[in-house]
Design a protein around this ligand. Structure first.
Ligand code: AMP
Ligand code: MG
Length: 364
């Protein structure tokens, strides 16, 4: 491979229910970004069915590749690096995407790179905004809710995580209770526009706590109990959605405030602080606005990816794969997909509730 020329990178994402392939170059240009969501296949089941997701990835990957290459105006032979999500995520989909990438790597004789999905979200801001390390990252998605100090490539210090449910999961479950479609986050956001966020008061778990972790299960239970007491849910849907969105947003903001102080000590600097939000929940306009306001008050810089790069996509996998390749080289072809793959592999040791390591490894 010519080391001086611009690299053309293929990014393959199959860790959940989006079949996504992108072509990105090493000059930070997204040449194509194809995302095929499987919502219609899962909707009738009220949530994601792992086996259905894996089969759908198998069916859709070749088509996604064709579209990504065509849109980028590239042929397979012009691809320099083949990157695919290797975890964390649903094992069936990870196996499908990883096998697809390894096969391309072998047949084209190009390097293969296994990418941590969370690193994809974490580094999206470097693809889009070209910001330098370090930064404080708020990662809010369907499966994860974490605050991390991103110190350098591969150096992640987890400040907090959720003790139970993720923020995205809370949006999804709340939406399900209201009889809304999956995924629930965008639905809750849509209904919130017509509702009054002060109409219901819900508990804010961990609010103002010195412990910087998140918790959402109590909120979920309170939301469910409130719904069970209402006779005409249809009439109250917008108010309930707005109040739920408000409460989740307040919790996220409060936890970010507490993590900011820890981050400042971590990097022994309280100047030029950068706050980055990533993950599907970062698509939420209210949450973005609250974080922007907070950043202005604190005099720190705030970065949020464009909405289409908040939810799962191949472009973030291509970019994170490229950074990994520069720093660590290619991955071995015997890499085994990892349903669990934490960014900070030592973080669980600091948290008494998370010291238990299961068969699949340390939780993310
Ligand atoms: P990810 O896990 O990163 O693919 O993100 C998916 C999660 O983001 C799901 O739980 C969605 O409900 C949530 N999500 C997507 N868009 C929004 C939104 N506009 N507001 C709140 N949550 C959202
Ligand atoms: Mg994700």
């Amino acid at each position: 491979m010519n080391n001086n020329k611009t690299k053309i990178i293929l990014g393959i994402e199959t860790s959940c229910d989006d079949t996504a392939i992108a072509v990105v170059n090493s000059e930070r240009k997204i040449l194509s970004n194809i995302v095929i969501n499987q919502n219609s296949e899962h909707m009738q089941h009220g949530g994601i069915v792992p086996e259905i997701a894996a089969r759908a990835h198998l069916k859709l990957l070749e088509y996604a590749l064709e579209r990504a290459l065509k849109k980028a105006n590239k042929s397979l032979n012009e691809i320099d690096l083949i990157c695919a999500t290797g975890g964390p995520g649903l094992i069936g989909g990870l196996i499908v995407g990883t096998t697809f990438a390894k096969t391309l790597s072998l047949t084209l004789d190009k390097p293969y790179i296994s990418v941590n999905h969370l690193e994809g979200h974490a580094l999206t801001t470097r693809l889009i905004n070209n910001i330098s390390y370090p930064y404080l990252l708020l990662l809010v998605s369907g499966g994860h809710t974490q605050l991390l100090g991103v110190i350098a490539y591969g150096e992640y210090k987890r400040i907090s995580t959720t003790l139970d449910d993720a923020a995205g999961e809370t949006f999804d479950k709340g939406a399900k209770m209201l009889g809304l479609k999956h995924p629930g986050g965008p639905e809750i956001e849509k209904y919130s526009l017509k509702g009054d966020e002060n109409s219901y008061i819900f508990p804010k778990p961990m609010y103002k706590s010195k412990n910087p972790n998140f918790s959402f299960s109590g909120l979920k239970t309170a939301f469910s109990r409130t719904i069970s007491r209402i006779n005409n849910i249809e009439k109250e849907k917008s108010n309930l959605a707005a109040s739920l969105q408000f409460t989740i947003s307040e919790c996220i903001l409060d936890r970010t405030k507490s993590a900011l102080n820890i981050f400042k000590k971590m990097i022994s600097n309280d100047k030029n602080i950068q706050l980055v939000v990533a993950g599907g929940v970062a698509a939420n306009t209210k949450i973005r606005q609250e974080l922007l306001e907070f950043s202005k008050q604190e005099n720190i810089e705030f970065f949020a990816p464009p909405i289409n790069l908040c939810t799962d996509n191949g472009a973030m996998i291509a970019w994170a794969g490229y950074e990994k390749f520069i720093n660590l080289g290619s991955s071995k072809l015997d890499f085994k997909p990892r349903p669990r793959w934490p960014l900070d592999p030592t973080a669980h040791l600091l948290n008494p509730t998370m010291k238990i390591v299961g068969k699949k490894g340390i939780k993310s």
